[in-house]
Design a protein around this ligand. Structure first.
Ligand code: ADP
Ligand code: MG
Length: 703
């Protein structure tokens, strides 16, 4: 048991918060920091030096020995290279720690091995990191001791983004500028900034460490590549919101403590649908901080699991046949004067603003459904999206019954004269009600659902960074706001123009609204009739990044250049090929070194038994039949193993990244499935004592 702790005392203990800066910095420097945080720009050299010194002193007082520019390369996780605070000792051999403004603001990790999709030839491989002043520095406790982590963007020397943070920050800027134009139309003169807020609900699995260590697939691929279903899966629905087991509870307690110290507002925890599956949700915050914090959540989940003799699986589909893990990305946009643009508000004026924003979002999501789907793709998520699991790969918007009814009225008559409330219809209403999410009609199958005052983007994978989904959301909505503002700012009769625009956008993009069951096969057909894209895999989605439509969007708001988009597409193919290659190799290893030898042994035992039983003069037909069933599957496995090895060889000979990725998807993956099927059947037949790897039952229930 760890010591009793008080949330108020430990919260943000390891963060160099604004409060700490206010205490430690001279007033003028502090004001400069706040100004740059809010308005952008750069700190003066003098101010940067003062901030760096205070930050270092605070870090050292708290036990830090090193600092790092913490960044988010295109691997989807974070990267750090530690530098000690040590400097040259003085003449008497005394160490005076050092950290300058220059070191704070800019770093040059020789990080040439990160994916760049051809953006950096190795001779100019160095990228540089630049401090993101809007995300606070923090201390990370690990095996290395205490390290001061400075959130940074990572760019090439020629200025191209090599990370996930840079485009996100650019998209937030674009959204802010365009959203301000919208609120100005409605008479808001005070707001100076509009911020995207994000709350990411993180799902994960826990597994016992000793069992995990016996599974090559979990260790190398993060998911099981073999495994017959356990006698009990999730059909009883007894795990969802069930009592949290002791060991898991102790883990959650430790995890919360760790996250609170890092300033992460871990709020909700519960058991999820599948056995051994859980969820943690923080309170929402500014998008780029939420993105950083989600990375910290994922890291802490893994680290704390190790301390508790477990491993945390963030993979989207660790086990076939039970629910996978995702990450609901809750997103809203708020002015610095405190108005949430996704809140219907209390007055007719606020209502109209809300409906205009809604119309713009309908337009954005419909126009760029392909990009949004792409933003939520990673290798593991292919097992969820479009694979008969939640949510479907088709993007649609869920509005709920009341709001959909309002939209329908607007489309039909241009007016909304009634609202449905709990079944009753109130006619002639002047203001819209709060569209509070109502437990009975919340549609869990929708990939993009309106839930009262935010949208919940439910497609994101559990292991993925939430940077891309939010960059895309911000960008597409900024574009729709921009087009609306371009028109409305020129209107003679603003009220009429807004009215027409809402009606027009909603009519044109009504096809994106779908309130039905997103898992039903009929929806796939219906969506096709509506012309909505249904992109089934990560690599099929990759080319949506470089369509003319996408390039125009991202270049217009300076979020990505065409070259940056092309490089990202390239990286997707590379990542996919590498990941499937690892999975295939892990399978080859397990099949050849563990499963086949065990089954050979088992069939020898069986054969011996057959002979012995026969010699004893009894009927051995049952044993013989069993032997036959085992032998057939063993032969099938051996043949599939040979085919998989062959496919692997062919794959490695392909030089074009896109072609290679598709070969992995179409040929290697199906060879993997062919190998898995007889193996899983054998698992159901072969003596438990002989089966060489822990079963699904053990992995999911022995926690
Ligand atoms: P669920 O029922 O799906 O768990 P919750 O209402 O509990 O949904 O909220 C889930 C997440 O949404 C939390 O992280 C919460 O902080 C976040 N959230 C709530 N309001 C907003 C908002 N206005 N903008 C962004 N995220 C929000
Ligand atoms: Mg949710």
């Amino acid at each position: 048991m760890s010591a009793v702790f008080n949330v108020e005392e430990i919260f943000a203990k390891n963060v160099f918060t604004l409060g700490k800066m206010k205490e430690r910095l001279p007033k003028n420097v502090y004001q400069e920091v706040v100004k740059v945080m809010n308005e952008g720009g750069e700190l003066s050299k003098a101010a940067a030096n003062v901030v760096a010194k205070e930050m270092k002193d605070w870090a050292v007082e708290n036990g830090a020995t090193h600092y790092t520019h913490w960044f988010q390369p295109l691997t989807g996780i974070t990267a750090e290279k530690h530098d000690a605070f040590v400097a040259h000792p003085d003449e008497e051999g005394r160490m005076l720690t050092e950290f300058s403004g220059k070191e704070l603001i800019k770093g040059e990790p020789d990080a040439s091995s990160f994916p760049s999709g051809g953006l950096r030839a190795t001779f100019e491989a160095r990228g540089y990191t630049a401090w993101d002043i809007t995300s606070p520095a923090f201390l990370k406790e690990s095996g290395c001791g205490m390290t001061l982590c400075i959130p940074t963007a990572f760019c090439s020397y020629t200025g191209e983004a090599l990370d996930k943070k840079t485009p996100l920050l650019r998209s937030m800027q674009a959204l802010s500028e365009q959203a301000l134009r919208i609120v100005r139309l409605f008479g808001d003169k005070e707001a100076t900034k509009v911020t995207a807020s994000v709350g990411a609900e993180q799902e994960y699995f826990l597994v016992d460490k000793d069992l995990y260590m016996q599974r090559t697939d979990l260790m190398f691929a993060g998911r099981t590549l073999f495994g017959a279903p356990a006698p009990k899966g999730q059909e009883m629905e007894d795990h969802y919101f069930g009592v949290i087991r002791e060991r898991v509870g102790a883990y959650m307690k430790d995890l919360n403590e760790e996250l609170w110290k890092l300033g992460v507002t871990a709020k909700t925890q519960h058991n999820e649908v599948a056995p051994a599956q859980h969820e943690l949700a923080p309170i929402y915050e500014t998008a780029n901080i939420a993105v950083d914090h989600n990375q910290l959540v994922m890291e802490a989940m893994k680290r704390v699991a190790i301390r508790h003799g477990m491993r945390c699986l963030l993979h989207e589909k660790p086990y076939a046949g039970v629910n996978g893990s995702g990450k609901h990305d809750n997103w809203s946009i708020t002015t610095d004067s405190g108005v949430n643009l996704l809140d219907p508000g209390d007055t007719p004026n606020a209502n109209i603003q809300f409906l205009l924003v809604l119309a713009c979002i309908m337009k954005a999501v419909d126009t760029h459904a392909d990009l949004l789907r792409q933003s939520a793709s990673d290798v593991g998520n292919d097992h969820r999206l479009g694979a008969n699991e939640a949510p479907p790969a088709i993007i649609s918007i869920f509005l709920g019954e009341q709001l959909e009814d309002v939209v329908n009225q607007l489309i039909e008559t241009g007016e909304a004269t009634s609202v449905k409330e709990g079944g009753r219809l109130r006619t002639g209403v002047k203001t819209l009600p709060d569209f509070k999410k109502d437990a009975t009609d919340r549609n869990r199958t929708s990939p993009f659902a309106f839930t009262g005052n935010k949208f919940e983007f439910r497609m994101v994978g559990s292991a993925d960074s939430i940077a891309s989904p939010n960059t895309t959301l911000n960008a597409i909505v900024a574009e729709a706001f921009c087009e609306a503002a371009d028109r409305l700012e020129k209107a003679d009769d603003l009220e009429l123009a807004i009215h027409d625009l809402i009606k027009e956008y909603m009519s044109e993009h009504q096809r994106i609204i779908f309130n039905g069951n997103g898992y039903a096969p009929e929806w796939v057909e219906e969506a096709e009739r509506r012309g909505l894209p249904n992109i089934k895999s990560m690599i099929e989605a990759a080319s949506t990044l470089t369509t003319d439509k996408a390039v125009k969007l991202f270049e217009k708001f300076r979020i990505f250049t065409k070259v940056e988009l092309e490089s990202r597409e390239e990286i997707i193919y590379e990542t996919y090929a590498k990941t499937i290659n690892i999975e295939a190799l892990a399978m080859i290893d397990m099949a050849g070194k563990q499963i086949i030898p065990a089954v050979v042994k088992y069939s020898k035992n069986l054969a011996d038994t057959v002979i012995a039983v026969k010699e004893a003069g009894a009927d051995a037909s049952m044993q013989q039949d069993l032997l036959k069933r085992v032998s057939t599957r063993l032969a099938a496995m051996q043949a599939a193993l040979t085919r998989l090895k062959q496919a692997e060889e062919e794959a490695s000979a392909i030089t074009d990244a896109r072609e290679q990725a598709f070969f992995y998807k179409n040929t290697v993956k199906s060879a993997m499935e062919e190998l898995r099927t007889p193996a899983d059947e054998l698992e159901m037949i072969v003596d438990k004592e002989i089966w060489p790897i822990p079963t699904y039952g053990e992995l999911m229930y022995e926690i």
